[in-house]
Design a protein around this ligand. Structure first.
Ligand SMILES: Nc1ncnc2c1ncn2[C@@H]1O[C@H](COP(=O)(O)OP(=O)(O)O)[C@@H](O)[C@H]1O
Ligand SMILES: [Mg+2]
Length: 244
């Protein structure tokens, strides 16, 4: 059975979509069959991070409604075992019935080894849609106080939901930033109350790859791409040292 992983944060712009795309590519490169679902209803952009914005993609709502099946999910041209469903643009997250969404995810579990759910910012309907059925939740934060505060609040909400497998990714980190802010990764973990899954460095290749409509991992093997590959291995259960 496939594993459902929600990528959440609380605050917008912390890198959920970037992290979701990078981990999905890395898992696919490692031979896993992966389905990525953009849950940012009305504001989708996971297609850009995956380098799929030129292709018209099916939305998960059309699968939930039974108009299409998961066989119609967009297959990534660079990664034959990576598939994608985009977010609908014409409805609100609270109009999507959790039962229909959950039924689609149940079917997805038998077709894919990992299903990654890219959540919107906030802790409202879209967040609940993405995290409600997840086996594992990844909270993405930056090193700045607002991100950490929102990650902390998000972790509290996840705890109230009974979620146990919750881990933290600190994104856009650099040695200079850490020393300037006088904060350590341990401080961030302590504040958020969540243990670390990985660190992702600030890396201009993230912005450049999106601008060139290329998936990050096909542009570079270094920096943020290398960090996503290390995180993917940890998700697969391998022991990989944490480094910036
Ligand atoms: N590690 C990184 N290095 C540089 N830029 C990044 C990094 N992670 C994310 N970004 C940039 O930050 C912005 C927000 O990232 P995004 O993944 O869309 O965040 P979210 O999905 O949480 O709103 C994007 O422009 C993205 O290219
Ligand atoms: Mg996003």
């Amino acid at each position: 059975m496939g594993e459902l992983i929600a990528i959440v944060s609380g605050k917008g712009g912390t890198g959920k979509t970037t992290v979701c795309a990078g981990i999905a590519e890395a898992l696919a490169l490692n031979g896993e069959k992966v389905l990525c679902i953009d849950c940012d209803v009305g504001l989708r952009n996971l297609d850009i991070a995956l380098g799929l914005s030129q292709l018209g993609s099916l939305s998960f709502l059309e699968v939930c409604r039974g108009e299409y099946t998961l066989d119609h999910a967009t297959c990534h041209p660079d990664y034959p075992n990576l598939f994608f469903l985009t977010a609908p643009m014409t409805c609100m997250a609270d109009q999507i019935t959790p039962e229909a969404f959950g039924a689609m995810l149940d079917t997805a579990r038998s077709h894919f080894s990992y299903i990654l759910l890219d959540a919107p910012a906030g802790i409202e309907a879209g967040f609940h849609l993405a995290s409600r059925f997840a086996d594992r939740t990844i909270v993405v934060t930056g090193a700045d106080p607002a991100s950490i505060r929102d990650a902390t609040r998000t972790a509290e909400v996840l705890e109230l939901m009974g979620k146990q497998n919750v881990r933290l990714i600190v994104n856009r980190i650099s040695k200079k930033l850490v020393s300037t802010l006088n904060i350590t990764v341990d401080d961030i973990m302590d504040q958020a109350g969540v243990s670390l899954l990985g660190l992702i460095p600030e890396d201009s290749n993230v912005i450049l790859s999106a601008a060139y409509q290329q998936p990050l991992l096909s542009c570079t093997k270094r920096g943020a791409a290398a960090a996503c590959r290390r995180i993917a291995k940890r998700i697969q259960g391998l022991r990989v040292p944490v480094k910036i």
